[in-house]
Design a protein. Structure first.
Ligand code: PAF
Length: 282
């Protein structure tokens, strides 16, 4: 496994891999890896000749009051975990090499970036779309794997790939959950032991909503009210949003039908957790 630190070196390697007729599978990450990331890497490993994982805590997707400096980092541990998964290259650039002084470009998909999490995290998804586009141009993958846990991010990336004609297949992998159902996230370490126990309420609320829909409930307000009631029964939990939207356009829906996304964001103290579920109704 090789560690590549500059965009130029990574591009040269990618070109040489393609010249040999091999495919590149890519998993972009911000490091501090957990089983959820490793599950994405396993998919890339199964489906491609060469696997590249990027580790880059992208400053442009953090707001001024967010946790950029405190974001957990442990490169040595990440390196060991990725070696076990037989990753071929880690792309581990510096901020300066990704955003030099005269850097000026940003990518936006307003109808998708300004809704759900985008409302309380302005500029977050512009930062995500921009860094992922840059990473795609540097790593030149044939396929890239993202997690359903970041459902809005996955929709944005798929749309960007289509709009900007990136020749890349996007795979969205199911959310990896802890035994009790909490979605795995690097941010879970911010939870106190008590909050960690309580945080499973997010999964329960989503499951409850899914069951109501499958049992024929059509009233969106009723479903959301029940989810709110469940989550608000936990004193530490502060709801940012709970929404039921079209799973492809992320726009609010008037009636329950087709492929829908139930999405939520809830704060436990300073720790903001997100989760979602897709439900398909004929
Ligand atoms: O999902 C993440 O970890 C990040 O948003 C990503 C895709 C690596 C871009 O920085």
């Amino acid at each position: 496994m090789k560690i590549i630190k500059t965009p130029q070196a990574m591009q040269k390697i990618a070109d040489s891999i393609h010249r040999q007729g091999k495919t590149i599978g890519f998993v972009p990450t911000m490091g501090y890896l957990h089983q959820g990331h490793l599950d994405l890497v396993k998919i890339a490993r199964r489906k491609s000749d060469i696997v590249v994982v990027s580790i880059f805590v992208n400053p442009t997707q953090f707001g001024p009051k967010e946790d950029l400096n405190k974001y957990p980092r442990d490169f040595n541990r990440d390196e060991k975990l990725l070696a076990k998964e037989k990753v071929d290259y880690i792309f581990y650039p510096t901020v300066k090499s990704m955003y030099p002084k005269n850097y000026a470009t940003s990518i936006d998909l307003p109808s998708l970036t300004n809704v759900l999490c985008g409302k309380s995290r302005p500029a977050h998804f512009q930062g995500v779309a921009t860094i992922v586009a840059k990473l795609f141009n540097i790593v030149k993958p044939d396929l890239a794997v993202f997690g359903q846990k970041d459902g809005q991010q996955a929709v944005i990336i798929k749309q960007m790939v289509q709009d900007l004609n990136f020749p890349i297949k996007i795979i969205v992998a199911p959310t990896t959950r802890e035994k009790d159902g909490l979605a795995m996230s690097s941010r879970n370490i911010y939870l106190t032991p008590e909050q960690r126990e309580q945080a499973v309420v997010l999964y329960h609320a989503l499951q409850h909503a899914k069951k109501m829909i499958k049992d024929g409930e059509k009233n969106i307000h009723k479903i959301i009210a029940l989810m709110e009631e469940l989550i608000e029964s936990i004193p530490d939990a502060k709801i940012d949003y709970i929404q039921i939207v079209d799973a492809d356009t992320l726009q609010p829906i008037q009636q329950i039908s087709g492929k829908i996304l139930i999405a939520l964001a809830v704060k436990f103290g300073h720790c903001r957790l997100i989760d979602n579920m897709i439900v398909k109704i004929r």
